[in-house]
Design a protein around this ligand. Structure first.
Ligand SMILES: *Cc1c(COP(=O)(O)O)cnc(C)c1O
Length: 485
């Protein structure tokens, strides 16, 4: 019987020969459409093995076409109404306008990224960003790579390959997205020498572990969680002193890239300037967390150590692209001139609840009176991106009462414009801290489309089609786990 049903599944070629398929192939390209049809048919075939009849050809074709056009379209801009400022699944930090323009310029043109224009000779990649970084932090030297994970990998491979790296058991953390400190350490060829316990590690534990083979002392800021209660960690300054006595490099991975402590930053969030002052030889951090820049990993500290890092083959493997570099230069120069207000992440972190409230008010008015269940409510935003765990920012948003919160949130995501929300207690919440003024009318439009709940969307959402990126809705996640790394 099952065999009969399977015979009803059409062939890829038969579907590709149809008129609509040929027209679609002329815009989307035949290889992509063919591949998506193959995927759809494989699914239908396995359902047929269980006795399920295949849907009509038009439905199969529409399904493949939907997937092909999403793939051909590529990434789409989305409105982040989750209230998670550094939402890793949504690309972390939106760039300031000036940086975005620099990216476009660098993208279209040749640039002097690795050449000294005066001599015409090859120069180091990223000289301007490094100059700005040393000026901003007071460090001897700086180096920019693809991301902070790459910075750690490069530093450990260069300075500690085949040697033990001393780390506290309380700092063997997973940052998210499969990125774990012990794994990156192993990948670098260094050996893990764990000391202390999960909640308490003393300087004596480090001292006892140091041998003449030790390659590095590593301190990692447990950026996405907090151990509270009966805890102890030696101050970075003590680790620096111990490392200096034994002539071992001390690397402090602070992760989030807070340059200096300012208003509203928790006292236990380490800053770059603190880490240097405490005597770290190298400090690593991401450019797309609290710095508000593009994806990049920054290493600052002793010039002699950085010189060794630059010469290691992994440096080439993790080098930064020119578009990222163009954006980073602008962000650093914005900070250097005290114009942080231009940086969206700074704006979102510092904006007063009153201003967020007026934006929520505007959103609710723009959505309009027809939606009785749309109310301006108080809520809480999160920093995300593995920064400032446990810190919540008082915020305001619009709460929408709908019969089925998760499916409404899914329609918001898959619509055009696409918007990401939070589902709390069955309500859909649009947190206005992470929304810009210019996005308000688009967000209101997205809400209207989602309310109309047209069948095409329903089909998409309930028919097992992907929700772009899969892995569930980060906004729905009560602990916002997906927003970490
Ligand atoms: C986020 C983070 C990283 C990883 O940074 P990426 O730029 O995402 O590679 C490493 N270490 C710490 C402490 C972090 O917070």
């Amino acid at each position: 019987m099952a065999v009969d049903v399977r015979r009803k599944v059409p062939s890829v070629d038969a579907l590709l020969r149809s008129g609509p398929a040929r027209r679609a192939a002329s815009t989307l390209g035949r290889p992509l459409l063919k591949r998506m049809l193959e995927d759809v048919l494989a699914e239908v075939r396995s359902a047929a093995a269980g006795g399920e009849n295949p849907p009509p050809d038009e439905v199969l074709l529409a399904r493949a076409l939907g997937r092909a056009s999403r793939a051909a379209q590529g990434m789409v801009p989305v409105i982040n109404a989750t209230g998670v400022i550094l939402h890793t699944n949504l690309g972390r930090a939106p760039l300031p306008e000036r940086a975005a323009r620099a990216v476009a310029r660098a993208a279209r043109s040749y640039t002097d990224i690795e050449v000294d224009r005066r001599t015409g000779r090859r120069g180091g990649r990223g000289g301007h960003a490094e100059t700005l970084l040393t000026a901003l932090t007071g460090a001897e030297g700086a180096m920019v790579v693809n991301n902070c994970a790459a910075a750690l990998l490069l530093a450990m491979a260069t300075l500690a390959k085949g040697k033990p790296v001393i780390v506290s058991r309380g700092e063997l953390i997973e940052i998210g997205g499969e990125f774990r400190i012990p794994d990156i350490l192993a990948a670098s060829g260094a050996r893990l020498a764990e000391v202390g316990t999960t909640n308490r590690t003393r300087i004596a534990d480090y001292r006892a572990a140091v041998t003449d083979k030790t390659g590095m002392i590593l301190k990692v800021h447990p950026s996405n969680y907090r151990v509270i209660g009966f805890t102890a960690t030696p101050p970075a300054a003590d680790l620096a002193a111990l490392a200096r006595t034994h002539d071992i490099p001390f690397l402090y991975d602070i992760g989030s890239g807070l340059l200096h402590h300012g208003h509203g930053h928790p006292a236990d969030e380490p800053s770059v300037s603190d880490a240097l002052e405490q005597g770290a030889d190298l400090v690593t951090f991401s450019a797309d967390k609290l710095l508000g820049g593009p994806q990049a990993g920054i290493i600052i500290g002793r010039a002699a150590l950085l010189e060794r890092l630059r010469r290691h083959p992994i440096a080439r493997a993790v080098r930064i692209g020119r578009m990222q570099m163009a954006a980073l230069e602008q962000v650093l120069s914005i900070i250097a001139t005290g114009k942080e207000g231009e940086i969206p992440v700074f704006r979102m972190l510092r904006e007063s609840p009153e201003i967020v409230r007026s934006r929520a008010q505007l959103l609710s008015e723009t959505i309009g009176g027809e939606l009785e269940g749309a109310r301006v409510v108080r809520c809480e935003s999160a920093v995300g991106g593995g920064s400032m765990p446990g810190t919540v920012l008082p915020s305001w948003g619009v709460r929408i009462r709908v019969p089925d919160g998760p499916s409404f949130a899914a329609r918001l995501r898959t619509g055009t414009p696409s918007a990401f929300s939070r589902v709390e207690d069955g309500f859909v919440l649009l947190d206005c801290r992470t929304v810009t003024d210019a996005q308000i009318r688009h967000l209101a439009r997205a809400v209207h489309y989602a309310l109309e709940g047209d069948e095409e969307h329903d089909h998409d959402v309930h028919g097992g089609e992907d929700h772009r990126g899969g892995g569930g809705d980060p906004g729905d996640d009560p602990d916002r786990g997906d927003a970490r790394a």
